[in-house]
Design a protein around this ligand. Structure first.
Ligand code: SAM
Length: 175
């Protein structure tokens, strides 16, 4: 991400959770940039607000307590997006039954794809170990695999020597 995102860019944290990625992105875009952050849980919005305040980064972040599937309603169609991150699954330390879902994740990916700048990047951290995770991992993998190679470069990274269900990373970069 730090090779793609420049100060002043507009980016998205599609699942803010406890705010670690939001803080990272807010630092990368700097005070002239903008991070749009989404989460369906009030606790995630509160935790992320606190994490941003602690580092005085609130100014460049707009947090929305809503699902990332509402991106089309909240972000202008003409707004170029340089990067987006999805850290899928459940909120660490929160309710493990509240998880990201295949249909809404795919809706959000498609909304962002339409706004992605040349070389812009969507990063998805995908977890298959929790109930529902395998189905979402499959849906995201299937979707990414069929993208036109002339329009998007898709990379898939995974741990080869970890037990259980290590996360996988899918990177979709616009050509
Ligand atoms: N990136 C976060 C961090 O740094 O702490 C962790 C994110 S956590 C793995 C996944 C988050 O996705 C949860 O906080 C959950 O509430 C949120 N979530 C679930 N469905 C969502 C949706 N439709 N739109 C946005 N966020 C959603």
């Amino acid at each position: 991400m730090n090779q793609v995102v420049d100060p002043g860019d507009t980016v998205i944290d599609a699942t803010v959770g406890n705010g670690h990625d939001t803080v990272y992105l807010a630092k990368l875009v700097g005070p002239r940039g903008l991070v749009y952050g989404f989460d369906i849980q009030q606790m995630a919005i509160e935790n992320t607000t606190a994490a941003l305040k602690a580092e005085q980064l609130e100014r460049q972040v707009t947090l929305t307590h809503a699902g990332h599937e509402t991106i089309d309603e909240l972000i202008a169609a003409k707004q170029p997006i340089k990067c987006a991150i999805f850290n899928l699954g459940y909120l660490p330390g929160g309710d493990k039954n509240i998880i990201t879902k295949p249909a809404t994740t795919l809706t959000a990916i498609q909304s962002i794809q339409k706004r992605l700048t040349t070389n812009g990047l969507i990063i998805l951290l995908v977890y298959a170990g929790h109930p529902g995770g395998k189905q979402e991992a499959q849906a995201v993998t299937d979707y990414a695999r069929q993208l036109d190679q002339h329009q998007f470069q898709v990379l898939h990274y995974g741990f080869m020597n970890q037990i259980h269900f290590p996360p996988e990373l899918i990177a979709i970069q616009k050509r």
